[in-house]
Ligand binder design. Structure first.
Ligand SMILES: NC(=O)c1ccc[n+]([C@@H]2O[C@H](COP(=O)([O-])OP(=O)(O)OC[C@H]3O[C@@H](n4cnc5c(N)ncnc54)[C@H](OP(=O)(O)O)[C@@H]3O)[C@@H](O)[C@H]2O)c1
Length: 210
């Protein structure tokens, strides 16, 4: 599958590199440093670089992994996404990382869905720290981290299910896109525990059942 990455920083580079190793064709985009982007592509089999618009045009699945303050700029550079699956991995975290900028009556994912033209938006990959993707394994002991995902389109969600599974994470369907209102605070909790409470970022959520 062709996967376009918009935002090739900590998260986008980690996800793209793992999928490249699984045989997907990755297009890394959106950076102020083209040398860094080219080096990232060179490190990954079959990967290329391009503009956000090229990444969208040449991919079936688009990963949005930019800081919240860059959302408008990145989506403007990406252009229309008619029929594409857009996986929103972002969290609407304030620039000083102290709070979520929006919530309760909407979510970052719902706002992203309003901003893009024609994309089928699914939220995923926003509750696990990027360090886990850059580690040798996704396993914590024998357990896979849970990855919640939400969206309104069953076919798009089934593609995201497979992409989560391929990374060695446990996909858990969290319902419609509006449930991003509950997932994003969970991501914020992970950020608080990892950075402010001193746990470090090699942490993960695992849903247990009986
Ligand atoms: N990092 C995590 O652990 C993690 C986990 C879950 C969710 N998330 C979410 O994922 C999103 C990305 O986080 P991140 O940590 O990956 O951020 P990051 O490392 O700062 O990556 C952001 C990307 O945007 C690019 N960028 C920033 N400003 C730009 C500009 N003006 N023009 C062009 N490119 C620009 C950066 O490129 P250059 O810096 O190379 O220019 C980089 O490729 C955030 O919404 C975050 O909440 C992150």
């Amino acid at each position: 599958m062709n996967i376009g990455i918009i935002g090739s920083g900590n998260l986008g580079s980690g996800l793209g590199s793992l999928w490249a190793k699984k045989g997907h064709k990755i297009i890394f985009s959106y950076s102020r440093n083209l040398d860094k982007l080219n080096a990232l592509a060179a490190d990954n089999p079959g990967a290329k670089t391009g503009t956000p618009a090229e990444a969208v045009k040449n991919s079936e699945v688009i990963i949005l992994s930019v800081k919240w303050e860059n959302i408008h700029d990145a989506l403007k550079a990406a252009g229309p996404m008619n029929g594409k699956i857009l996986i929103d991995c972002t969290n609407p975290v304030s620039p000083d990382m102290s709070s979520l900028s929006i919530g309760h009556t909407t979510s970052g994912a719902e706002e992203v869905a309003k901003m893009v033209t024609g994309a089928r938006v699914v939220q995923a990959f926003n509750t696990l720290c990027a360090d886990v993707y850059h580690s040798d394994s996704r396993l914590f002991g024998s357990r896979r981290p849970t990855m919640f995902y939400c969206g309104d389109e069953p076919q798009a969600k089934s593609v995201v299910f497979d992409l989560i599974n391929e990374l060695g994470l446990e996909p858990v369907d969290a319902g419609p896109l509006k449930n991003a209102r509950y997932i994003e605070p969970l991501a914020m909790l992970m950020l608080q525990i990892g950075y402010l409470q001193g746990s470090g970022t090699n942490i993960a959520i695992s849903l247990i059942r009986r």
